[in-house]
Structure formats: structure tokens, C-alpha cells
Design a protein around this ligand. Structure first.
Ligand SMILES: [Zn+2]
Length: 140
């Protein structure tokens, strides 16, 4: 039944997704009726407070996420990405030799230039797999 007491046409009912219920764990398992109410609620205070309690910024990356576990996982991924962006390869990229000695990029480049080490096949010890180089010390 609609607001005027007449039955809502089925297509309208379907259009607004009124038959659907959406439960949001972040909102303390509150149930939203209808697609639109559900979509809108991500920007509303109840959801924002829920996100704040989790210590997660309510950015648009988190819209459509209602599970606390998923929100946490996504937040971890985002934090990791931000860390990689801030990562300075010259200082922090690491190279490891056969004996397990770890050099930063500058030392590695210097040693390489002096012919004290050479590189062999790729092996990952740093965060960016494609940039990884395996370093071997020259036998002297
Ligand atoms: Zn919510």
C-alpha cells in the first residue's frame, strides 16, 4: 500500500527496491528498507559514526561496504597502498646478497660500480616484486 492508501504499482515497488532489505553491520546491524535509503545512508551520521568507531575514514572507497570485517580489510589495503606511495626507493629499497647482507639502494649502486658485487636472477625481498634484484658478492 502506498501513502494514499492505494496499492503501489508493482513496477514502482520494484523501481525503488522497496522489497529489498539491507542490513548494515557498521550501523550496528540496522536494517535499511529499499535500495535508495540504503545507498543514501552511507553518507548519513549513523554510518559515519560507525566508521569513526572503527577508526576508518568514511571515504567513497567504503561506500557499499556494510561488513566490519570487509571495511577493516579494505582499510588495511588502502593503508598499504599509501605506504608504498610514500616509499622512497633510493633510501628504502633493499637488496640482499647471498650471505643475507642487506644493502640500501645507494650502497648497492656504489658497490656495483666498484665491481664488488654483481646481480643475478631476480628475487624479491622488497615490497615491489618487479623491482627486486638478487645481489651476489664477487668472490675475492
Ligand atoms: Zn551503515
Amino acid at each position: 500500500m502506498g501513502w494514499d492508501g492505494r496499492p503501489i504499482p508493482y513496477w514502482l515497488y520494484k523501481l525503488h527496491g522497496l522489497g529489498q532489505e539491507f542490513k548494515c553491520e557498521i550501523c550496528g546491524n540496522y536494517t535499511y528498507r529499499g535500495r535508495r535509503a540504503y545507498e543514501r545512508h552511507f553518507k548519513e551520521s549513523q554510518h559515519q559514526n560507525g566508521m569513526r568507531r572503527l577508526g576508518i575514514p568514511n571515504s567513497k572507497d567504503f561506500s557499499e561496504i556494510t561488513s566490519i570485517e570487509e571495511a577493516r580489510q579494505l582499510w588495511d589495503v588502502i593503508k598499504e597502498k599509501q605506504a608504498v606511495n610514500k616509499w622512497r626507493p633510493e633510501l628504502e629499497e633493499e637488496y640482499e646478497d647471498e650471505e643475507g647482507n642487506v644493502y640500501n639502494k645507494k650502497t648497492y649502486t656504489d658497490l656495483l660500480r666498484q665491481g664488488l658485487i654483481y646481480t643475478t636472477k631476480r628475487r624479491c625481498i622488497s615490497q615491489q616484486e618487479n623491482d627486486c634484484v638478487h645481489v651476489k658478492k664477487l668472490k675475492v
